[in-house]
Every structure is written in structure tokens, then in C-alpha cells.
Design a protein around this ligand. Sequence first.
Ligand code: NAD
Length: 356
Amino acid sequence: MNKNILIVPGDGIGQEVTAVGKKVLDRIAEKFGHTFHYDEALIGHVAIEATGSPLPDETLQKMKASDAILFGAVGHPKYDNDPTAKVRPEQGLLKMRKELGLYANLRPIKLFDELLGASSIKPEILRGADILFFRELTGDIYFGEKGRKNDGNTAYDVAEYSRFEVERIARKAFDAARTRRKKLCSVDKANVIETSRLWREVIQKIALEYPDVEVEHQFVDATAMLLIKDPKKFDVVVTANLFGDILTDEASQIAGSMGMLASASIGDGTGVYEPIHGSAHDITGKGVANPLASILSVALLLDISFGLKNEADTVISAVDAVLKAGFRTRDIADASTLSENILGTDAIGQEVLKRI
Ligand code: NAD
């Protein structure tokens, strides 16, 4: 297979973990006889510094022309501490999602057995949990009108959803549920919020097309509680942009660490594959960032954008084997981890490469 992959490392540890992800792509190409051509592009703080824009036109053009995108993270403390900054790294991320029509964000939450001890949740609650989140990505309060009035003393953000937007993500989630345990939980706040009432109405209608899938509607507050109390009860979860943003970070604790969670953003055109974590400036440049989420993002890229299931499974098995061998990065180490088995970013990447 001959494919063009755009590498967009972004900021902070995005640079460090994406470099490891790219090596995994190289190793897979070598082992399975594929040809991957790479190009690289700027986004986020590094793009603002170089061009003044968080998503330069050149980056967008390269994104649209590529077959898949391996993405790192955006963000910089400079903006986090300055809410008045007009140009911000996250604007690049939101614009990319809108321009590429990336309306569905998939986040598989599955705990590798070896990491049962790394989560703050009890192992007996966690064992066997396997959730696939579908977070809507191009609507909701993130993209509606926003502003200030009353001399800046009142702020507003408008949440908006169209029937079409809910339908297209619902279909993706129902289709996925069919290939899994055939259970779909739709999360909303239909008791209070109008966009949630439309959301629920649409899900109920689409459900008629999928009589084999068991559908449950749940309020977001209850879901936040049940994810920790009984994560095994969930199979596929579909929800709106803001609720999904919060719930998937919460669910990352089921997988042991933010450093283990990969995601795929898909829609009309090129798919984007990225760890769910941010640029983590507290650990940038220290060589300790966990690259496994980026590596698992590579597995999603191979599977979803290229249909290379066997190659994707090879990557996941290699990660599993590294964990079974006892190797950990600092964020997923626990009291039983031998200190010599706690590896830095590149070293744990090498262990994965060896096992591929
Ligand atoms: P974060 O995900 O960057 O970090 C949260 C905590 O988890 C930190 O303590 C960090 O050290 C740790 N962590 C995250 N990834 C890790 C990894 N791979 N290995 C080991 N430890 C890891 O979130 P934050 O601190 O809230 O935000 C930092 C910056 O990232 C902000 O500027 C924020 O806006 C941005 N951000 C970007 C994205 C994105 O690009 N998709 C997502 C979230 C946050």
C-alpha cells in the first residue's frame, strides 16, 4: 500500500510522542511491505510563533491533500494564563476539525490487564471494562456564537445542534454498536437543555433502524457517576461535544492514564489520529512523556483510514507485550514496578518497535 501521511506534532510533548508514533509507522511499513510518504506541518503555538496563525493555510492544504494525519497536541502556558489572548493554539484545533469535517471523535477506552494497578479505581470494578466513546466534534457550545455584553461583565456561549449533525454521528455510533456488544448509551441533559431534547428525539428515531441494538438514554450527571461506579455496564456511548470532552477525560482513569488513550477524528475527508492528552508542559523536554497513546493512535490510523486491521493488531499486541514484560513510563508505574523497568519516552518506544 502506498499512502501519504501528514505528521503534525504541534506543541509540548506532542513533538516527543509523535516522533515515536512515526517510528512505529516506519516499522510497520518495513514489516508489511507498505510505502508511507511523510510530510510535516505546523499547528498551535509553534505555528503562531512562525506564522502568526494557529492553523496556517499551508498546513490546511497539506492536511486536505494527505491520506491520514498523525497529530500530537496543541497548547502553551502563555495562553492558559492569559484569557484575553485573541490568537490561541486551540483555535487551530477547532478550525482543523471544522475545515476537515471531522464530526466524530472515537475514543476506545480499554484497560490493558497489566495496568489494573495503575488506575485509582479498584481492579475488581475495572476488570473487563471496554467502552467506545463517540463524541460529536463540530457542533455544540464550542462553535456557537460567543461574546461579552454589559461592558464585558456578562459572557455567553450559544450551544447549537441541527438534526443532521446528530443523525450522522448517531449512525456511526449505532453501526459500531452492531459490531460490538450491541448496546448504545446516548448521553444528554434532555431534562434541562433544548439541544439535548433534539438530540434525544433524533436518537430515538434512528434507533428504529437498528432494532438489534439495545438503546439507553442517560443524563450526563448520572453517566459521570456510573462511569466510575460500574464502567463495565457501558459498550458504545454517544454524546455531544462538551459532555464528551469531559466524560472521556474522566474515563481515561479507567485506562490507567491519559498517556494511554488514543483517539480518531473522522468525518467527510482525511482522518486525524491523536492522543487525548494535551501538550503537558509540566513534563515537556524531560523525556518522560508516555508515547503509548500516540502509538495506539497509529493503530487506529492503520485500521480506520487504511483498513489495515492486521497491522493495527500487530501494534496493539506489541504495546501489550511491552506492558506484560513489566516496562512502564512514570505515569503508569505503580508500587510493584521495578525501578529499572521505568523507561523514558524513546526507550519504551524502542521496546514496542522490537516487539513489532
Ligand atoms: P494535559 O493532558 O496536557 O496534562 C494533564 C496531566 O497529565 C499533566 O500532569 C501531564 O503531565 C499528564 N500527562 C498528559 N499526557 C501525558 C503523557 N503522554 N505521559 C505522561 N503524563 C501525561 O492537560 P493540561 O495540563 O490540562 O493542559 C496542558 C495544555 O494542553 C493546555 O495548554 C491545554 O489547552 C492543552 N490541551 C490540548 C489538547 C489537545 O491538543 N488535544 C487537549 C487537552 C489540553
